[in-house]
Design a protein around this ligand. Sequence first.
Ligand code: AMP
Ligand code: MG
Length: 310
Amino acid sequence: MEKIDLAVEILKKGEVVAAPTETVYGLFADASNDVAIQKIYEIKGRPICNPLIVHVSDVERAKETAKFSEIAESIAQYFWIEKELPLTIILPNLNKNISKFVTAGLSSIALRRPNHKISRLLIEKFGSSLAAPSANTSTFVSPTSFEMVKSDLGAKIPLILDGGSCSVGLESTILDLTQKPFVILRPGGVSKKEIETFLGEDVLTSAELNIQAIKAPGMMEKHYSPNLPVRINSLFPQEDEAFIAFGKTNEPYDLNLSLSGDLKEAAQNLFRFLKLLDNKSKFSGIAIMPIPNFDIGVAINDRITRASAT
Ligand code: AMP
Ligand code: MG
């Protein structure tokens, strides 16, 4: 049997399956099944108040789940279908067939269409929406490869589909369309500029609004963290620290996010490097060089700032 058909069978039984998306690997379950969704929270050790993103195969399917305004529909058409970019949108929940555990009882729902042939085929063959957070233990580093999922959750889940390395490497941008101006709740694979250029108007960020953690728990202070302490904006390592460089440096480093200073390449490498260097017997901590704060660099800085929170 094809692995993907086996995955669909497992999902139909109310179990979970890990699969790649273009952002990070996700832990998927039937969005309409309370028991299956509760398994996601249990396996990740995720607080039950952290709502999950619902993954859909197309805009039509999404419209059965959430109330789309005209502008919401054009955003989905442009970012999901035309550009195939990782944008999650928050819309009013129509409360149809989606487990209350997915939305943590909120009146809104988070939707995204993944751009990866395996997760897309999985949703299409399953025939309805799948909820998925990242396939890692809560608060730890998100997985961007099959091996990373296996070493963290391999013993707890029946199947991991292997799709190699994730092309984006960081989570989706979350855009809240339930308030005006629209608000970016979490920076990610789509930049603020790309959204504003499409809309022809400014959007706010949660930092500007000082939105608290409960609105988007991916915003919680400590998140995306290895076991070792992380020190950001470091020009050189302290004794016994692992050193992650970005671009050219005269300092000796352990790993370089991108020798040419390419932010997209840095995003692809970030979580894998944090995991690779997370070795207490070798290092006392992980130091990271400054990362330019534009385009996907904003999302990189968001993740490493949270990784460095104590
Ligand atoms: P993760 O699954 O770790 O990538 O995180 C998913 C993010 O989506 C979390 O930060 C959630 O809080 C956020 N999210 C999901 N549903 C909603 C919602 N209805 N309103 C606001 N944020 C949401
Ligand atoms: Mg996560």
